[in-house]
Design a protein around this ligand. Structure first.
Ligand SMILES: C[S@@+](CC[C@H](N)C(=O)[O-])C[C@H]1O[C@@H](n2cnc3c(N)ncnc32)[C@H](O)[C@@H]1O
Length: 215
């Protein structure tokens, strides 16, 4: 599970860079400050990094330029090919948030941008449980993704997007598993992480979670 949206990404790969640079008006606010968001995630990571949902490799580029050792996991073949073209020596695997090759060494950070919402809340819980066993004490998860503060905020945001006439974005917000900060906080804490959230634009929140206790 969690791989049901991959055909969308195989199709999106060709014009993904146009979307993140703001050419698609419906997604302009979602990708506002895109570069800064990726940079912030990269800066907060440490040493050896496992990256999920690498897409075309934009976060990967930031991580490499900071000297991180990156292990990338991406389920879309078309996206993987694009990233592989950019970084020939990258360790890049076919996989997803829940199923990925076993890594030999230890991982210091797990990062991802614009992707965790492809898992249902139940799958997010399973993923965080898995990551708490992969990361040592003080190991970190740094994610940036669209989330709502709570259910009232979700309803209000849906209302605004509908009013704007952004049909594609509206369908996406209803189809994929965007969750709330309330739920995310509970899931991170349940799995032994201390989490903080920082608003990056009207949609995206930075989530920085440090592993503080064994579960
Ligand atoms: C919106 S793109 C984000 C790409 C890149 N991280 C960025 O910030 O530009 C979402 C990526 O997540 C990948 N994806 C979809 N389902 C996934 C899953 N279950 N596990 C990991 N990645 C997934 C897609 O193939 C796509 O490459």
């Amino acid at each position: 599970m969690g791989r049901e949206f991959i055909p969308l990404f195989d199709d999106w790969a060709e014009f993904y860079e146009n979307t993140v640079s703001g050419l698609d008006i419906e997604y302009r606010e979602v990708f506002e400050n895109y570069d800064k968001i990726l940079e912030t995630v990269a800066i907060k990571s440490n040493n050896t990094v496992l990256e999920f949902g690498v897409g075309t490799g934009n976060l990967t580029e930031k991580l490499i330029s900071l000297g991180r050792v990156v292990y990338g996991v991406e389920p879309s073949k078309v996206m993987r090919e694009k990233t592989k073209e950019r970084f020939k020596d990258l360790h890049l695997y076919d996989g997803d948030f829940l199923n990925f090759p076993e890594l030999r060494g230890k991982v210091d950070s797990i990062v991802s941008t614009y992707a965790f919402h492809h898992l249902t809340d139940e799958e997010k819980d399973t993923a965080l449980k898995l990551y708490s066993t992969l990361l040592g004490d003080q190991g970190k998860i740094v994610f940036a993704d669209t989330a709502f503060v709570n259910e009232e905020h979700r309803e209000e945001q849906h209302r605004i997007v509908k009013e704007q006439g952004y049909e594609n974005l509206f369908a996406d917000l209803k189809r994929e598993y965007y969750t709330t900060l309330e739920i995310l906080e509970r899931l991170f804490e349940k799995n032994g992480f201390q989490v903080s959230f920082e608003k990056m634009n009207s949609y995206v929140w930075l989530m920085e979670a440090v592993r503080v206790s064994k579960i």
